[in-house]
Design a protein around this ligand. Structure first.
Ligand code: THU
Length: 160
C-alpha cells in the first residue's frame, strides 16, 4: 500500500484593489451579474464572468426554480452561454462572487462540485487551463491557476 498526496496551491488577494486590472474588470462584471441573479428561494446570489481569448466577457448568474433541482448555478449558466455563443474560443479566466441576504459573505465562495465538473470539460476541450478567481461579497479573493487544481483526480475521457 502506498499513499498518494495531492497538493493544491491557491493565491489569496486581500481585496479587489490588489487584483490585476483585467481581473478587476472581470470581477466587476461578475458583481454586476450577481446583482441580477434570480435567487428568490435561497436568497444567495452568485455571479460569474468569463474572459475569452477573443476579448469578449460573458456573464451569468444563478437562476432558481420552484422545482429546486431545475435551477442552475451562475458558473454553469455563464460557461454554457460562452460555449453556445463562442464555441471556438478559449476560456482564459473566470471570476465568481457570491452574496447572501442573510449575512455578509466575507469568505471566498468556490464553485460547487457540479460546476467544477462543467468547467473541467472546457479545460480539457481547449487543452489549456482556466484561471479561476472567487470571492464572497467582500474580502479576500482566492485564485486557482486551473480547474484541475480544484478537482484533483478528475474523471478522464480516456477511460471511456
Ligand atoms: N450556486 C451557484 O450559483 N454556484 C455555486 O457554485 C454554488 C451554488 C447557487 C445555486 C443556488 O441558486 C444557490 O447558489 C444556493 O445554493
Amino acid at each position: 500500500m502506498k499513499e498518494l498526496k495531492i497538493e493544491s496551491i491557491f493565491q489569496v488577494y486581500d481585496d479587489l484593489n490588489e487584483l490585476p486590472n483585467d481581473v478587476f474588470l472581470l470581477m466587476n462584471n461578475a458583481i454586476k451579474a450577481r446583482i441580477k441573479a434570480y435567487a428568490p428561494y435561497s436568497k444567495f446570489k452568485v455571479g460569474a464572468a468569463i474572459l475569452l481569448d477573443n476579448g469578449e466577457i460573458v456573464t451569468g448568474n444563478n437562476q432558481e426554480n420552484v422545482s429546486y433541482p431545475s435551477g442552475l448555478c451562475a458558473e454553469r449558466t455563464a460557461i454554457y452561454y460562452a460555449g453556445a455563443k463562442y464555441p471556438d474560443s478559449k476560456i482564459l479566466k473566470m471570476a465568481i462572487t457570491a452574496a447572501s441576504s442573510n449575512q455578509k459573505t466575507k469568505q471566498p465562495i468556490p464553485p460547487c462540485g457540479a460546476c467544477r465538473q462543467a468547467i473541467a470539460e472546457y479545460e480539457i476541450k481547449q487543452d489549456s487551463p482556466v484561471e479561476i478567481y472567487f470571492m464572497g461579497e467582500v474580502g479576500n479573493i482566492m485564485k486557482s491557476n486551473s480547474l484541475s487544481n480544484l478537482l484533483p483526480l478528475l474523471f478522464d475521457k480516456k477511460a471511456l
